[in-house]
Design a protein around this ligand. Sequence first.
Ligand code: ADP
Length: 198
Amino acid sequence: MLRIGLTGGIGSGKSTVAALLAERGAQVVDADRIAREVVEPGTPGLAAVAAEFGEGVLAADGALDRGALASIVFGDTAARARLDGIVHPLVRARAAELVAAAPADAVVVQDVPLLVETGQAGSYDLVLVVEADPDTRVQRLVGRGLSAEDARARMASQASDEERRAVADVVLRNDGDRAALAAEVGRFWDERVRPALG
Ligand code: ADP
């Protein structure tokens, strides 16, 4: 098994790179998706969040009211840390289960937006970082429905390009069109993934 940790700032193109790697046969384990699954209705994760932050974080149908939770943790570092303390271990445990279930010859790509922020670089055979010019990222995020202001605020709250580059084995630039990104991913696959598989 080859374990690749994929990261990059919001709007850099991680999910797009993950999809391109999946086309080549990689198994993608998506941390954002798992983070939603571990607080679905009926999960111990959601029960723990409600016990910590009160029933007010539950919508009428028993699902997590993300807006209510966000307004509690937004700007409150201690509350944010308590939430992360519940959710992050559950995400890691579920991701580990999915990785353990993959075949021995699999290329497993873990898409982890906060890989650098949460100090996980050492858990992978290869750390792949996607980078793009900040203005391009804002434009793309606006295209995805975010306001430019929100996009910049989220970018500012994350690790910097320098911090991500410091732990990267490979950096993919995503400043061009989708075809250029696909070509970069193809090169990465041929030069770094195939040889590692032997
Ligand atoms: P991330 O997962 O890092 O937040 P995404 O892969 O979701 O980033 O990309 C952000 C947005 O930009 C998405 O809407 C995506 O479709 C678009 N996008 C990504 N790469 C390119 C590209 N090279 N050209 C045009 N649009 C792109």
